[in-house]
Ligand binder design. Structure first.
Ligand code: ZN
Length: 96
């Protein structure tokens, strides 16, 4: 499906491809961001197309996915790629 952002997943053909693709939290997060935001990052609250990356937080020793802040002055919502998805509640590493 062109433009859907699944290219990186479509390239995974074997178990070793998969292991490589999901080797680190950083890679998992980028794959996830491609799936959630195939046309670029969107604020989950107002749908604003511009946001800035904030420094990632450490929560109990587990690195959380990168945090973004909506650039809409009326919103300024802080979100991550898992905000408003079932993954948001989990503290498990993304690769799981
Ligand atoms: Zn917003």
């Amino acid at each position: 499906m062109p433009g859907m952002g699944f290219d990186a997943l479509a390239r995974i053909k074997t178990v070793s491809d998969m292991t490589e693709a999901f080797r680190s939290e950083e890679r998992c997060r980028r794959l996830l961001e491609q799936m959630v935001w195939p046309r670029g990052r969107l604020c989950p609250v107002c749908g604003y197309r511009e946001s800035m990356a904030l420094r990632g937080r450490d929560c109990g020793g587990i690195r959380r996915p990168a945090l973004y802040q909506c650039a809409n002055p009326d919103c300024r919502h802080q979100f991550t790629v898992t905000t408003r998805t079932p993954l948001h509640a989990t503290k498990l590493p993304l690769r799981i």
